[in-house]
Write a protein of this length. Structure first.
Length: 460
């Protein structure tokens, strides 16, 4: 059994059940690369402050590279008795370098070491998620040229409301994912504060140089309060919350496309590679990937609660409860990243069923609001115009026709301000053409926004 790094005052061996209960190597082995990066920076700083010699520094750095290579090659045998990845690496270092290896932990604690590793991991994870978010934005923008002439119903309450350019839908999701990217970038600022050198909770009397490790590890500045560092997991809660919004946006997209893929809508066809069949009904093509993106969002949302509940009762400085923070963070990151990767592929591969959309495009009085705004331009008060168009829609219900099919005399019987030029706003395409306000779903505003997105995402 490996000796405990903290076992000097203990007279009995740890109960094997306790070792199983308290180990974290089964999941925190993912921090190995971050742990080595942090330890190598720490070794360089120790040499610069003459707490170890240059030769000892070089030996430690080289051996850490060998240990990491063994871990990545699957050659290191993980032991619950060594608890976590940090002790596995330190134990291997000491086994190979003896007293030189024992010097690495000078001026630091596992508390600030763990926080440093976590911040390095989260910082890398934020950058990966940002790249994936950019990819799904590009997927929407790159397909927009082919979809630019397609008009679709816009919905509120899942009822037909007003017509818009299909690309308006695509850019709406680009906006959502852009807010996600901005949230993550803002979170990254608080992640990128260096905990290393705060030690257990009170700092150290040794002449360490925290500015040096800050620069070596690419942090913006050292953490200002050693007592805060050991207990601080705000950045994890914030990161996972940001991921939960990404997952929520993906779930919304999945829900919409599941509906659009149904026979009842028939707006799009999903690639075979991202659908599955039924074990009993041979005709089925099920949107299982989208359903699982929608379903897995629940896990990411629950991960936020797990971290917040974990933190809510903890006093300052380190408590072992914090070992459990990684499970929720890893799960949220893995789930969100996988969902984003598949969602981007689905966006790129989906086919719009334009003939199906156009066959029912004039259903649902999508031009009613355009008619109301026509009346407003004639000087009719908005609420009066609203009531007038409502009466005209009721008349259409009676006659079983569309607004564009009503005789001018019938319209004028309800409102004598309606003239022959009303035909210029009636019908779905005319209604879309009338949309001109900034950010609206008309052709010109959409083209303007699309151009801006191409520039922002550097798409030629």
């Amino acid at each position: 059994m490996a000796a405990k790094a903290w076992g000097g005052r203990f007279q009995q061996q740890t109960d094997s059940r306790v070792e199983l209960f308290t180990e974290s190597i089964s999941f925190d082995h993912r921090l190995a690369q971050c742990d080595v990066r942090g330890s190598q920076a720490h070794a360089r700083m120790l040499a610069a402050t003459e707490l170890i010699s240059p030769a000892e520094r070089d030996a430690i750095i080289a051996e850490l590279d060998h240990i990491l290579a063994d871990i990545e090659a699957g050659k290191m045998e993980f032991q619950v008795s060594l608890e976590d990845i940090h002790m596995h690496i330190e134990s291997a270092l000491i086994e190979n370098l003896g007293d030189v290896g024992r010097k690495l932990h000078t001026g630091r604690s596992r508390n600030d070491q763990v926080s440093t590793d976590l911040k390095l991991f989260v910082r890398d994870a934020i950058d990966q998620v940002d790249e994936l978010l950019a990819e799904i934005q590009k997927a929407f923008v790159e397909r927009s040229a082919a979809d630019l002439d397609i008009i679709v119903p816009g919905y509120t309450h899942l009822q037909r409301a007003m017509p818009v350019q299909l690309v308006h839908y695509w850019l709406a999701y680009c906006e959502k994912f852009q807010r996600d990217r901005e949230r993550l970038a803002d979170c990254r600022k608080r992640v990128n504060i260096n905990p290393l050198g705060c030690a257990a909770m009170a700092g150290t009397s040794l002449p360490i140089d925290r500015d040096m490790t800050t620069e070596l590890l690419g942090f913006d500045q050292p953490a200002a309060n050693s007592l805060d560092v050991s207990s601080d997991r705000d950045y994890l809660a914030e990161f996972v919350f940001a991921l939960s919004l990404v997952a929520t946006h993906l779930s919304s997209l999945a829900e919409e496309w599941i509906l659009w893929f149904s026979t009842e809508f028939g707006f799009l066809k999903l690639p075979d590679a991202y659908t599955t069949g039924s074990s009993i009904m041979p005709q089925k093509r099920n949107p299982d990937v989208l359903e699982l993106i929608r379903g897995k969002s629940a896990r990411v949302i629950a991960d936020v609660s797990q971290i917040l509940i974990l933190l809510k009762g903890l006093p300052l400085a380190y408590n072992r409860d914090l070992q459990e923070d990684k499970l929720a963070m890893f799960d949220a990151f893995d789930t969100t990243a996988a969902s984003l990767e598949l969602a981007a592929a689905i966006v790129r591969g989906a086919e719009i069923q334009q003939d199906v959309i156009e066959s029912r495009l004039e259903d649902g009085f999508l031009d009613a609001t355009a008619l109301m705004e026509y009346l407003i331009k004639q000087g009719v008060p908005m609420r009066t115009a609203h009531g007038t168009v409502g009466s005209l829609v009721a008349l259409c219900d009676e006659k079983e026709c569309r607004l564009a099919d009503l005789a001018l005399a019938d319209m004028q019987g309800v409102c004598d301000l309606i003239q022959e030029d009303v035909s210029q706003v009636l019908g779905t395409r005319n209604a879309v053409a009338s949309l001109q306000s900034y950010g609206s779903g008309g052709r010109k505003p959409v083209e303007h926004q699309l151009s801006q997105w191409r520039d922002r995402l550097e798409i030629g």
